[in-house]
Design a protein around this ligand. Sequence first.
Ligand code: GSH
Length: 347
Amino acid sequence: MKKYSLVGLGAGVLAVLSMAATPVLAESTLELVKKRGHLRCQVGTPSPGFYQLAADGSWSGSDVSVCRAVATAIFGDPNKVEFQSVTSAVRFTALANGESDMLSRTATWTAFRDTQLGLDFTAVNFYDGQGFMVPADSGIKSAFELKGATVCVATGTTTELNLADFSRANNLDIQPVVFEDNNVRNDTYLKGGCDALTNDKSGLASNKAGFPNPKGHMILPETISKEPLAPAVRQNDSQWSSVVKWTVFALIGAEELGINSGNVDQMRSKPPSPEHARFLGVEGDLNKGLGLEKDWAYNIVKKVGNYGEIYDKYMGDGSPEGIAIPRAGSANALWTEGGLMYSPPFR
Ligand SMILES: N[C@@H](CCC(=O)N[C@@H](CS)C(=O)NCC(=O)O)C(=O)O
């Protein structure tokens, strides 16, 4: 009797232990995604340039392209993605609890987020900084003129924290007006419910492009923070983190190597250098540790494009929404052109 109960207890304890250990022992996210047959990629609520939702339900944009590039690395198909659109306030919980496989949505890589939220950031795909926008006829020309001003801001963001720092450091007594929903925030600003709107500068360009009268608003010159934006994954899944990180590097690396969607076939049939050959899977086995096929990077460039192509299409002068954030001379230029975009070597 005693023995049985002990055995019973043993089995019970084992069951509890194995349940508790599930997140650690569970299959890697890559295996999970492969089995499921598509990637669950978290983006923000629709915002021109980054993540735009068309009337037919399809998503496009720069951060959306990173999701599509990861799906392409795995499946050779940019459409094998389920896009999950949630607000900034709940984004990290939705990733940490397993609802999303990754997020690609203007999330700033900070020490706290990288070490205390159960997340790992991968590789920066946009270097940004926070700014302010005001109505063009407000007469305000500098962020330092915002003394006592009400400023609309999204909650759960670095934006909210930086605003408080900036106000305190400069004795500006700024009154934050805080929102979870970006649309409500923008509407409130447009209706005069706050004197200024603050966001990442690329976010401001995106917000402005979506306003009925973009020219009626002005982005002030000051940049009050560093916002390195990067896709993130759950922590402790090194292979999955590598897949997302090397997908971003493949986008940047392709541009460095002069490989784009138009010439990638020609480059593959006659690689101009050994690194081109390794990148395109013609030589070596760089795919092995990633758990991907040899043509993973080829497929990314062929079906999604390189970093510069994505930038031009969604953030550059040619972007349909007119976001037009100049890349030349900015941190988002390639390192060979004075910027910070740099991929480790493909070897
Ligand atoms: N980079 C900042 C701000 C991120 C942020 O809220 N970005 C806006 C861009 S407009 C966004 O993602 N909006 C979508 C949403 O919150 O639904 C952060 O990581 O906290």
